[in-house]
Design a protein. Sequence first.
Lengths: 559, 317
Amino acid sequence: MLEHDVLVVGAGLAGMRAALAAREMGANTGIISKVYPVRSHSNAAQGGINAALVDRGDAWEEHAYDTVKGSDYLGDQDSIELMCQVAGEELISLEHMGVIFNRDDEGRLGTRAFGGQRRARTFFVADITGQAILHVLYEQLLKSDITSYEEWFVTSLVMQEGKCCGVLAMEIRTGRVYMIKAKSVILCTGGLGRVFEPSTNALIVTGDGIALAYQAGVPLMDMEMVQYHPTTLKGSGVLITEGARGEGAYLLNKDGERFMERYAPNMMELASRDVVSRSETIEIAEGNGVNGSVLLDCRHLGEKLIKEKLSQIYDIGLDLLGIDITQEPIPVQPGMHYQMGGIKTDIDGLTSVPGIYAAGECACVSVHGGNRLGANSLLDTVVFGHRAGNHAAETYRGTEHESLDVEGLVEQEEKRLAEMLSRGANGDRVAKIRLDMGTAMNAHLGVYRDENGMKEALDTIQQLKGRYATVPVEDKGRTFNTDLVFDLELGLMLDCAEAIAVSALERKESRGAHSRTDFPERNDADWLKHILVTSTPAGPEISYSPVVITQWTPEERKY
Amino acid sequence: MELAVNVRRYDPEAKEPVPYWSEYKVEVDEYTTVLDTLINIREDIDGTLSLRCSCRSAICGSCSMRVNGHAQLACKTRVSEIAPDGGSVTIEPMGNMEVIKDLVVDMNPFWDKVKAVDPWLQPEGPEPEGEYLAPNEDMLHLAGVMGCILCGACVSDCTVLEVDANFLGPAALAKAYRFVADPRDSQEKPRLDSLRQYSGIWDCTRCMECVQVCPKGVAPMDRIMAMRDLAMNAGFDKEIGARHTDAFVELVSHSGRLDELKLPVKTVGMFNIRAMQSFAPVGLRALVRGKMPPIFHKMVPNVENVRRIFRKLEPKK
């Protein structure tokens, strides 16, 4: 029998941090991931991790204010205060574990500038910060005695009398289904980028945890807040780090003008991401772009700096476009990048359903509100992963596992998978449905939105759900059946898409990443509140939750 | 441009599970990567094709496979570079690992070897309140090794692993180097002591394959060579590999060229009877085929110049 006190789903930064914390608290801990831990998408975080270190003359209040303003006042200020207060501690503990942060001349941790912040407080490892931290947490995982289920896919959460008591999961290598009992499950499955096409996100980023929680009746919050990153490579949509602009790169239009001067005269290229993405979209729409994109110019930074601090994007330019960024600007455009919303949790990662926790991108505490600042995502993962691990371990200490009909549950799940495998060809394909969903979401829930477009997207999603019910899985085998995995993921993504569209239709104003051409202004009187969406038998149900305001009264947002 | 993609397949559930080839025709352009073509195949042509892939930007390490015979990240390889005029490409699973299905290989032994080098930082003494102080050059140097994404390409094409599955291999050894060279780690000597044993740093044959195929410029072989130096400097100089290195240097610095008769003798030691006996058949075969090195070893002309170079390079003791 597979059972743990705490089972973490997902082995990126939040997941491994949560698992390590839970184990440290003495819990019998397991971690389960559909890929090997070092394959997780935390890898892709290039730029860095924010922390206001007091001994550098920085103050957490400054960081918190920048975050609140960046969130367009939708972030909960108590959660943001907490995150910024413990940021230094978490950063140092990562360094102690072995992360090889870049240093200053005295051998202390060095910083770089990042968007939406008035001072340089982003700590980094070249432009591989996420990877460098992910691999170090993996080292710690290897050092621990945490049970790691690698290349296992969680197919359902198991609920009994309103409490979660484990998961059903498929071992991808064999196709066998197992029940893993757990007193608490921490969902750390990351974002949902693949719901959109294109997206900077990896192919594995399919909103699994968000949808699993949604299906289990946990409310999702701020789902309408989807971040478009200002610099993604034209064509492939691959991410170009904000670190490039942090180091001083320019954004140019077809006339070679630094157009951000007209949109954000103070912060220029380093204004908040939503602001820069909108500016680029306007430039392109007004015919100032270059073949549907704008240009990111790194040339003046010099070859040495580029190769030392931006080596990965130097490689990306060469590998994917054949462009040497030390010699030529590269074409970039806004691209779907991050989901600010997610599973609603408190500051300990706990959801409204006992036994279900969440942390990292799949969760919504909410610290990012309407727009996340660059380099706050890594911080979010370690701070709230740590707290969720602690709390989950503590809550069910000394309690017993629920008694369950394990064989029955496994059999039922195997039947469900067998039905999916048994469907005959009907001309439709999982990939086609995914692409139709992604295209519709990008067209109607992108940088600019309006009522008609969003309604159209929601209609499309409903139709796609119909097609999904009968779509065949071509690979009929059990061994490493990635085709089946994609089908399972698609079902989860469609739920995420629905939650996003429903929430976005509800918010009748423009705030943060949610910009409506039919409601272009922010409207604090009516909409300074979170939108929650809960899955019910009658369909998605909307409710609201107040925004917590402690010391910063909402004001107009200018960069 | 049309491209023929030949993929080596394997289905363990087939009646007679043997590898076979599938050929697919796909449209590609200048920027299409090998991974793009495989995703295209999987999504539009043949959903039964299994492979691992995720980030599409050479950072997650999932999509290592052999492309035209050499391990590469499929997402980092543009078709136009390897088949500039169309034609065909050949895709196979990584080598030195058991195939599970199609392009998916069993990586468990790979992870076990990574774990075997105790890959976690082991500082000494109580933790400081702030960060450990460390020179930026050291961290930049380590970032080069930390760039390793554990994709397995080096292990796939390692020529030692082909004949000795026990070899820790380039990836695990590069990982080990990341700690040996970390100024914050206190276990340099014990780590080197363990790495100098059988299956460790002395088992590399310096074939350069790992350096060649590494998609992230980690150069595992160079890290292994650096650890050989560090191990010898730390006093671990009795290994056969270390003695071989010393003997090599001594002989060349003396006569300006290698004395191939003395090298094995000096390496194993004159009184190591068993090892000396084991050379006899090799010597006989060499003699029969006329490949015996000259009994009387000659110095190169102007050998003094060679010696001067060695004196200059020799670290001051």
